[in-house]
Design a protein around this ligand. Sequence first.
Ligand SMILES: Nc1nc2c(ncn2[C@@H]2O[C@H](COP(=O)(O)OP(=O)(O)OP(=O)(O)O)[C@@H](O)[C@H]2O)c(=O)[nH]1
Ligand SMILES: [Mg+2]
Length: 615
Amino acid sequence: MILGTAGHIDHGKTALVRALTGVDTDRLPEEKRRGITIDLGFAPLVLDGVGTIGVIDVPGHEAFVRTMLAGATGIDLALLVIAADEGVRPQTREHLTILTMLAVRSGVVALTKIDLVDKEWLELVTADVAAVLQGSALQDAPIVPVSAQTGEGLEQLRAAIQSSASAVVARDAADLFRMPVDRAFSVHGTGTVVTGTVWSGTLRKGAATVFPGGFPVRVRELQSHGATVETVSASMRAAVALSGVDVEQAARGAVLVTGEGWTESAVMLAELTLTDSAVSVTPRTRIRCHLGAADVGARVRLFDPFAGQIQTPARVRLDQPIIARAGDRFVLRAGSPLEVIAGGVVTDPVPAERRPRPVSPFSATPPDRLLALCAQGGSRAVDRRTLPIRMGISPFTVDALASDQRFFFTDRAVFSRELLEEAARALQEFVEGALVNSPTESGVQLGELRGALDFSSELVDEALRMLAERESLEIEGAVVRTAGWKPRLSTGQSDLAERMVHVYCSSGEEPPTVAEVVARHGDDVAPVLRYLEREARLIRVSGEFYYCPEVVDRMLARLVTAMDEDREYSPADVKDAVGTSRKYLIPFLEFCDRTRVTERKGAGRVLRNRQLARP
Ligand SMILES: Nc1nc2c(ncn2[C@@H]2O[C@H](COP(=O)(O)OP(=O)(O)OP(=O)(O)O)[C@@H](O)[C@H]2O)c(=O)[nH]1
Ligand SMILES: [Mg+2]
């Protein structure tokens, strides 16, 4: 668990951390010289019944709010420090706003330096502080009078921290691992070491990734509070030795993750809570976006800018990519000097459309949000592996959604039942329409079907499977047809079919070409010939020649009688036996190869199967 300090400059944050933990977190020479905190400080705090929690001490100077933000993000508990002699000051309010925007729900207010004030003053300041806390993240937090100088009230402060720590709900250690880096340095003999607060999941030695950039790294050693450990998990402070990445690539603002599905965000959809300073924000206003320890330039577009609401859906376009996940809290600052203009929660870190509209509120149930994501994807399936990131739910929760009847999950894709039904309707209609137009055909080719409809292939496969199961369509090999479909001929075509059988059976071993038949009998001949072929009333020997089946049988019989096993025959060798001219002989021999009666070998062909008379 992590406790973070907050409060105005010089109000006694670092002194209180030292009084509680014994650690002086102001370790930089410049901090010593100026007597102020400049960078984040870290110390372990041992609490009875809770264990060791990590303390992050932040600077109160107004110029270091970005550092305070990097420290405050990811904390479970806040310790807001207010000097009793000065009372509420600008960064008291600013830090309190930030804690509220980051949705830090739990904490303690330390009214410190009470050795400098009298009882009456203390009562006045306490009332003042209570008023400022109203409506903030810490409105229910206890206000504890204390002095780091005399030690008065320290036990009560420790007890208050202990009781609010026990009430904190543990984060999910089984979720995807993520740790925003707040410090990176190189250690002689070890290489790059990064430190941070683990936001979710568990890390062990092995493969991991550093973003932005997606650098594959190896975790070589893990430490927490100075001790080597096997694993670090959610809400722990961690120092991680990495190979495969430079200190610059893993500096503050980078993120260490494991698992698949993480994607850099250039645009994210969010719900914003605006502060009074947000009134003049336009899509052109230059903004700083603070998410995790990242601090990047951004522009925001409010979707309901005139609604006069403090809560509004928005699109945040980032100058540099960051790693964000749905549910992440962030803070936007703008103006000069920079002021907090809004806090937000990410609703979709990688929206599908180029100009995305907000989809569904983050507070909606996971199934409703997944439905909205599916709708946003149009006729394309949603990538299943990105769902823990895009929805901000654990992979296990994603798997649990798979049993919801409103969705269809494959290993890689997710789509709604509704889209599946839509694809099924489209397929059914397409097949029906195609067969109405070509009633003599046995069905529609699968390849043609896929090409004609704009659905992902997983979707087409599943829709076909479903339609076959419902017995709406039949699938045979690569041909799809409506259930019970029989190719049929119109009366005119039936007459034509009989004439064709007559034409071919009377022309014997030297039939006309298809082109000649079409020239004489019209274009309607081609589908009728295909129909007769499927009905086995004609045999297509080549693209040009159809034959009467009895004729083919006769020719085959003569050929196989003339051929000895294990001997190669040239076309000339069998020409007399088959008894046709070269024009017919070559297509016929190729037909014999196709049907495996003969086989090409060397310069000629050999007999392969005497029994196989024809297909
Ligand atoms: N009398 C008295 N002085 C205190 C107490 N706590 C802190 N101080 C003094 O107040 C000054 C500032 O204390 P810090 O702990 O450095 O204040 P801070 O809030 O950490 O300051 P920044 O980190 O720069 O924002 C120091 O000179 C401390 O000695 C206290 O309880 N009583
Ligand atoms: Mg300090």
